[in-house]
Ligand binder design. Structure first.
Ligand SMILES: CC(C)(COP(=O)(O)OP(=O)(O)OC[C@H]1O[C@@H](n2cnc3c(N)ncnc32)[C@H](O)[C@@H]1OP(=O)(O)O)[C@@H](O)C(=O)NCCC(=O)NCCS
Length: 166
């Protein structure tokens, strides 16, 4: 059964925190900050898009986009993540549906592009490509990817919101 993909509402906040916590709990690369990061971004008004997946009236996944910052001060850049799916329901394309819907919303906004730090094997299927030479200091260059949208050939360093680092 396909989940409903929709923007978050206030009544989703606790479930988003909980799903994100459990989805990242076993990830070796995680520092456990992901659920709090979403809350920090929301509290600061920096959560550009938060989409949830709902199945049988239960929240089963969530995807975050926040504003990202280009060194050349060009506008319209976004960062993808965290993204999380209920552990028991992973590998059923819920994550892909959230990401595809999110990218479609970015296109509709005329976004310049979207950055993320993540597994290139997974994210390449959505059009993300490694851009090591544009990686901000302190981020892992081998996982730094950009999805070019309005800007077809990104040529500036694009940084995450400062709240990603506390
Ligand atoms: C990453 C995540 C959101 C993907 O959601 P999902 O619903 O499980 O993924 P989908 O079913 O849409 O995608 C399935 C495909 O992606 C692959 N895949 C899923 N997670 C992956 C990962 N972390 N790394 C590499 N490949 C991954 C699967 O092997 C599968 O490949 P296939 O279709 O060729 O069999 C989910 O697995 C999750 O919550 N993981 C824990 C939190 C996390 O790692 N978030 C991302 C941090 S960058």
């Amino acid at each position: 059964m396909n989940p409903i993909i929709r923007p978050e509402t206030r009544s989703d906040y606790a479930a988003i925190h909980d799903i994100t916590k459990r989805a990242f709990a076993t990830m070796p690369f995680s520092d456990g900050d992901e659920p709090d990061l979403i809350d920090r971004l929301r509290d600061a008004g920096a959560l550009a898009i938060s989409l949830v997946a709902e199945q049988d009236k239960k929240l089963v996944g969530q995807l975050t986009f926040s504003e990202a910052f280009a060194a050349d001060r060009s506008a319209g850049w976004y960062a993808l993540g965290p993204v999380a799916v209920e552990p028991e329901l992973q590998h059923k394309h819920i994550g892909s549906q959230l990401i595809n819907e999110g990218i479609s919303m970015l296109r509709d906004r005329g976004a310049a592009g979207c950055v993320l730090v993540g597994d290139p094997v997974y994210y390449s299927r959505f059009g993300f490509k490694i851009f090591s030479h544009l990686c901000p200091e302190g981020e892992p260059a081998e996982y730094y990817q950009i999805l070019p949208l309005r800007v077809s050939a990104p040529n500036t360093i694009i940084s995450f919101h400062p709240l990603f680092h506390g």
